[in-house]
Design a protein around this ligand. Structure first.
Ligand SMILES: Cc1cc2nc3c(=O)[nH]c(=O)nc-3n(C[C@H](O)[C@H](O)[C@H](O)COP(=O)(O)OP(=O)(O)OC[C@H]3O[C@@H](n4cnc5c(N)ncnc54)[C@H](O)[C@@H]3O)c2cc1C
Ligand code: FES
Length: 425
């Protein structure tokens, strides 16, 4: 073989390699654009600018919030994880009027009529679901996880509302929804770097915050630490990776606590284990951040106090519970007595005078265990369903109420008595 032939072969080999690399890059970019397109319609701008249908001028300047329930129809539904346990629902108002914006991190409250096979009739169920995308004028999105019976009660009925969404709510169906609300939301007074920590379905408010910050295109530094068990539960995997590839200011860290046989560290996920304080300390620079935390009970109970112990100012830590199982701060237990006598609770409408039992946990559970009929929904101080007039006495809350409470009322689900009470129930 002559030197000229050898040089030609080498040249052809190099050109072939360059060609293959270019084709892989084109494929990667097309996939990235498709992933972004499917989850928020951001491929037009690759999230550098606000999407055209997104309010850019803050929540208050958009349409007015409605009161009570408003009718929405389901425009689209799609699963977000390989295991098909989390499904997104895109919701359009039936009156066709523009939607008020919301603060990223807030939730919607739904009233569903759920069939009761035992009784052959339906009952109303109230539940809250976080908005999982940035504000848009024509639709909202929520992403709902199917909740099975708990492992220690395998015979219990599965989650009523989540099961209804997954099994029965279809495109075109109508749903009754209260306006966006909640005190857990993105704070924009100070443009500090943001650390989002989402465990399991606690990713939903983080998605809303993340999309909103990136769409604004102001380069605010944002970190997402996302913990799931394994690849089958990894929500919007391609979409999140595409965002991280596209934005230098977005840093994604995915943790699998129990990776599956096909899950590859460094490709499917970044860290084996849970999102914990050592990971945060090793990854984040020493600086001031805003921390947003939402996840299952063990994550909340370790991380929220852990961050404070690490020296993070409690005013820079925002967290949300998704239900009674994830409440974080239980202040001092409610007293069983006031001075010499036991605490008395009068339920005036039911005509019952009862002695408070601190083991009940909350006034809602105390009422239910004494067969007093009280409305409830989230059981976490969020939806306002259990609001009850308090005609005498004072209550204490185990966490900051999310629902706005009318004067002279209290939320039974997160309240315990400070003294004798008279409740209109
Ligand atoms: C502010 C807020 C935001 C939220 N955002 C989201 C979100 O974005 N996405 C999301 O998926 N969820 C979210 N949630 C949680 C959601 O509101 C519901 O709590 C969740 O869907 C479960 O409701 P369910 O009706 O399906 O289950 P439920 O019917 O309330 O049942 C809950 C559990 O109790 C078990 N159970 C039922 N009966 C018994 C019994 N007799 N004994 C023992 N166990 C029993 C069920 O099997 C189930 O495991 C949010 C909650 C709040 C408060
Ligand atoms: S049940 Fe929702 S606030 Fe009490």
């Amino acid at each position: 073989m002559t030197a000229g032939t050898l040089a030609l072969i080498i040249l052809v080999a190099i050109l072939a390699q360059v060609g293959v690399a270019a084709m892989i890059e084109i494929y990667r970019r097309r996939r990235q654009a498709r992933d972004l397109d499917e989850h928020g319609g951001m491929s037009r701008t690759l999230a550098a600018d606000p999407a055209p249908d997104m309010p850019t001028d803050g929540p208050s300047s958009a349409a007015e919030a409605w009161t009570g329930f408003r009718e929405f129809s389901v425009k689209r539904r799609e699963f977000e994880d390989e295991g098909r346990s989390i499904c997104s629902f895109y919701l359009e108002p039936c009156d066709g009027k523009p939607l008020p914006a919301f603060r990223p991190g807030q939730f919607l409250t739904f009233r569903l009529a759920v069939g009761d096979p035992a009784e052959g009739e339906s009952k109303n169920v109230v539940r809250c679901y976080s908005l999982s995308d940035s504000p848009r004028r024509d639709h909202y999105r929520v992403s709902i996880k199917r909740v099975p019976a708990p492992p220690d009660h395998p015979d219990a009925p599965p989650g009523v509302s989540s099961g209804c969404f997954h099994d029965h709510v279809q495109v075109g169906d109508r749903l009754m929804i209260r306006p966006p609300s909640g005190h857990f939301h993105l704070i924009e007074d100070e443009l500090l770097p943001i650390v989002l920590i989402g465990g399991g379905i606690g990713i939903t408010p983080m998605l809303s915050i993340l999309n909103s910050v990136l769409e604004r295109g102001i380069g605010r530094e944002i970190w997402l630490f996302y913990g799931v068990r394994n690849g089958s539960e990894h929500v919007m995997k391609g979409y999140l990776q595409a965002l991280a590839d596209k934005h230098d200011n977005f840093h994604l860290h995915v943790c699998y606590s129990a990776p599956g046989a096909d899950d590859v560290e460094g490709i499917d996920y970044d860290h084996r284990g849970r999102v914990d304080l050592p990971l945060l300390r090793n990854t984040l620079k020493l600086a001031r951040y805003q921390f947003y935390v939402c996840g299952p009970k063990p994550m909340m109970e370790s991380l929220v106090p852990g961050l404070e112990e690490w020296g993070v100012d409690s005013g820079d830590i925002y967290y949300e519970s998704f239900g009674p199982a994830t409440l974080v701060k239980h202040e001092k237990p409610a007293p069983a007595t006031t001075g010499a006598h036991p605490v008395k609770i009068t339920f005036s409408r039911s005509g019952k005078l009862l002695t408070w039992d601190p083991a009940a946990g909350s006034l809602l559970e105390f009422a239910e265990s004494n067969s007093i009929d009280v409305d409830s929904g989230c059981r976490a101080g969020s939806c306002g369903s259990c609001q009850t007039a308090l005609t005498a006495g004072e209550v204490e809350y185990s966490q900051q109420p999310d629902a706005d409470i009318e004067p002279g009322h209290c939320l039974l689900c997160i309240a315990t008595p400070s003294c004798d009470l008279v409740l209109e129930a």
